[in-house]
Every structure is written in C-alpha cells, then in structure tokens.
Write a protein that binds this ligand. Structure first.
Ligand SMILES: Cc1ncc(COP(=O)(O)O)c(C=O)c1O
Length: 218
C-alpha cells in the first residue's frame, strides 16, 4: 500500500491541468459505510460531498444484489432481461403516468448526454439554458453546458445561455425578497429573450410546437 503522500503521482508531470483534489493534504479513503468514509488511519468522515451512493456507502442490500447479478450476467442493455422489465415497472409505479419509458445508463454523465440528444432531436434546436455554477458531468457535451467547468476551459459557447442560480442565501434575490421564486423565473425569461433577440433558437413551453420541430428534422 502507498502512504497518502507516496501515492504516485501526486502531481502529473505531463500536464498542469491534471491535478489532485486537496493537493496540500490529499485525502486517502480506504472504505465507506453508510454515511461515513474512512481514511487509511481509521479516521471517520461524514460524507457530505459524494452524490453517487444514494443509500449510503456499501449498503448490504445493494452489495448483495450486485454480487448476485454479477454471478449471473453482466452485459450491456441491448438484450431483453426480466430484471430490466421488473425494475422499470417498479420505478414507473413511483412516477406520474406520463413517465413510463425507461432507458438505463451507467452514470450521470451518460444520462445527461442522452437527455441533451433527446431534447435536441425533439425540439430541432441546439441551444441550452443552464443554471450558473452547474456541473452536468465530464463528457465534452456536458463540460460545454457546465459553467463551473467551461469558465476555466474553452469558455461559453454561443449556444449556451446561463441563468442565475436561484440561491436565496448568496444570489441576487435573497430571503428578504417578496417573491424570490418569481424573480428567479423572470431571470430565466430574460435569458431566453436575450438569446432570441440574438437570433438563437430557444423554445419555451408556450411557443413550442412539436409538429413543426419534428417536421424540421425530417
Ligand atoms: C450534478 C451532477 N450531475 C452530473 C454528474 C455526473 O455524474 P457521473 O459522475 O455519474 O458521470 C455529477 C457528478 O458528480 C454531478 O454532481
């Protein structure tokens, strides 16, 4: 095992953009359980940063189900399998009736990239309105719509429009505002109109016409 300061390489010799988190005092995590992460010295951390383990780290039921499935079949989802159908049915019971088509993916990045493709296919437009500070994943398509990333990389593409994050603590409309929800929604309207004035194609629910959008794609 490597001590945390001996983990090679702490700094990538080939590129300054390849950096370690918390470089001055890197965190070496060796296991997780429930809401806790543990370092190599047994130090316990409450995990307030990761968003991957929705039911806590190493939940015994998740570990057991993954183990059982790995013993049977681990492949992509191009085949039929009872578990996919069963899972989709159980999910659909928790959702409004309209949300009844499921596409299972590996990661948030994959899901968001597919969401972009679906939206573009459906509207026939390329433009996207995103919230400031957002992060949507590490694919090129998602870095382009993640202000938190693109500001430090290639910058904002002309088809990306950034609306302020509705943050009543630090944002432009705070708790003392009479109606922050409407104020932030109006900001989105402003961002959309500015984009439209520049000739960009952004549809809103009130102007969206699915038949013409699909017509254009033919
Ligand atoms: C808000 C948000 N969206 C998308 C992603 C990407 O998810 P994944 O790492 O599963 O590709 C992350 C990952 O941290 C995220 O925080």
């Amino acid at each position: 095992t490597f001590s945390k300061h001996g983990c090679p390489p702490l700094v990538c010799p080939h590129s300054s953009s390849c950096r370690l988190f918390f470089p001055e005092d890197p965190v070496k995590i060796v296991r997780g359980q429930g809401q806790y992460l543990y370092d190599e010295q047994g130090g316990e951390y409450i995990d307030c940063i990761n968003n991957v383990a929705h039911v806590g780290h190493c939940h015994p039921l998740v570990v057991q189900a993954a183990h059982e499935q790995n013993q049977v079949l681990n492949t992509n989802s191009r085949y039929l399998h009872d578990n996919i159908v069963d899972y989709a049915q159980r999910l659909s019971e928790t959702l409004p009736e309209k949300l009844c088509v499921f596409y299972f993916l590996n990661s948030g990045s994959e899901a968001n990239d597919l969401a972009l493709r679906l939206a573009r296919q459906y509207t026939g437009h390329q433009d996207v309105v995103v919230l400031d500070h957002a992060y949507h994943g590490h694919l090129s398509s998602l870095i382009d719509i993640s202000p938190y990333k693109f500001r430090y990389l290639d910058g904002q593409k002309e088809w990306v429009h950034v609306a302020p994050l509705p943050d009543t603590y630090r944002g432009p409309y705070r708790e003392d505002h009479p109606n922050p929800a409407v104020a932030y929604a109006n900001e989105v309207k402003r961002v959309v109109s500015n984009a439209q004035e520049k000739g960009r194609k952004v549809t809103t629910p009130s102007t969206f016409n699915p038949s013409t959008a699909r017509e254009k794609k033919k």
